[in-house]
Design a protein around this ligand. Structure first.
Ligand code: SF4
Length: 281
């Protein structure tokens, strides 16, 4: 159960928005609702995108390397990033109910495609965790690993529960500016950092990604590098991905290679052992 009741409302405990929902109301993510006094995850069973991807595309470089992973996402998100590169599915609540895929069927698909893992990705998996949990239970029975690619804004309660089901996670640290996280992304930097730390301490395989949006200056790169190195450990891989204009942020240029190289050197200065440049053409 991922909610508790408060008077005539329920409080969703999937993510740190803790939406308080009256009967019939849907939360910020657009997909979890109070229906008959229970929390209903409307996208349960309805992937909006489903592919077999190389695991390196998640990106995860130090977990089951050179394997494929059955990857899917649904619709909706608990963040509102103006630069979202998957906004067509993350910033909508519309989806087709034509093809229901049960947890057992999802596992069967992974086995059929010879994937040793299933990845919950493309949009924020926290918001469809009830579906993930049921798939992960079935996946574990046949030895498959479970992977989340997340913005790290899950609730404290869910963060405690994730290690029971998930083996590896890639968490985005999108900025080191608290007010930018709040105002522009509608998230909370402190929550993301605390969750990353908790999951690493609990033994999950953790890798970090930073999309190098134009507002990330060298001071921010330095601050993120310092956090990874001192709080997560220098063995935590860091992916620095080139940004390209998308969604509502259509100005600015694609991250120059020079900027990525400078960020790489800062990461190395802080002793981070494995640093990767992504989306470089
Ligand atoms: S998942 Fe987050 S945004 Fe969605 S209803 Fe629950 S608390 Fe609100």
């Amino acid at each position: 159960m991922f909610y508790k009741t408060k008077g005539d409302k329920i409080i969703c405990q999937l993510c740190s928005h803790y939406c308080q929902l009256k009967e019939g109301q849907t939360g910020i993510c657009g997909v979890n609702a109070n229906e008959d006094g229970n929390l209903t995850c409307k996208v349960y069973g309805y992937p909006s995108a489903l592919h077999v991807d190389p695991i390196e595309k998640k990106p995860l470089y130090h977990f089951l390397p050179h394997t494929n992973t059955l990857s899917f996402g649904t619709v909706g998100c608990n963040f509102k990033c103006p630069f979202c590169q998957n906004w067509q599915i993350s910033q909508t609540d519309k989806f087709s109910k034509e093809n229901y895929i049960s947890p057992k069927e999802m596992v069967r698909l992974a086995l059929h495609h010879h994937c040793p893992s299933i990845s919950y990705t493309y949009n924020e998996p926290t918001i469809f965790f009830p579906y993930i949990k049921d798939i992960a239970i079935e996946a574990k029975k046949v030895g498959l690993k479970n992977i989340m690619v997340s913005n790290g804004f899950m609730s404290k309660e869910l963060c405690e529960e994730i290690p029971n089901y998930i083996d590896a996670i890639n968490i985005d640290i999108k900025s080191f500016d608290k007010s930018y996280y709040k105002k522009s992304l509608k998230g909370d930097l402190d929550v993301v950092l605390a969750n990353a730390k908790t999951l690493k301490q609990k033994g999950l395989h953790v890798e970090i990604t930073t999309l190098m949006i134009p507002s990330i200056d060298e001071a921010q790169v330095e601050a993120i590098a310092k956090f990874i190195s001192s709080e997560l450990g220098t063995d935590t891989p860091w992916h620095l991905s080139a940004y390209h204009p998308d969604f509502k942020m259509l100005d600015g240029e694609k991250t120059p290679l020079e900027t990525l190289k400078k960020a790489y050197n800062i990461a190395k200065k802080y002793g981070i052992q494995n640093v990767y440049l992504g989306n470089v053409i």
